[in-house]
Design a protein around this ligand. Sequence first.
Ligand code: RB5
Length: 148
Amino acid sequence: MKITIGSDHGAVELKDAMKKVLAEMEIEVNDIGTFGADSVDYPDIAQKVCAEVVSGKSERGIVLCGTGIGISIAANKIHGIRCALCNDVYSAKKSREHNDANVLAMGGRVLGFGLAEEIVRAWISSEFEGGRHECRINKISALEKNKC
Ligand code: RB5
């Protein structure tokens, strides 16, 4: 699996820590930045990560900002993206099983590295269950096309 990861200045340390976790899981990682403490705008980061996912260059994405809120809102504006902001392991697992989330958002100023690692491991290893959840995903796609 290939994952594209990106963060604003509020989560660079979390990004570096999660890159180590992903490497341990033998996942190929594409890091689109940011790489320092200088302020950047999280919608730009969301756009870069999600472009890789929508194009199929990466199977999934991880987006990080201070709270995870702004970057998850931005990511969910992009057609084809189902971004789940997860601050706990249960939500991370269910976001895959029920929502087929293709992007995970977390907050660098919210989570400790240990919990974030558990969230990432659960999110990576959980699969979409399909079945009754499939038609709900299709309804989300229809909402993107304003067919509600
Ligand atoms: C940046 O200061 C901060 O607003 C951002 O990282 C994020 O928390 C926004 O939702």
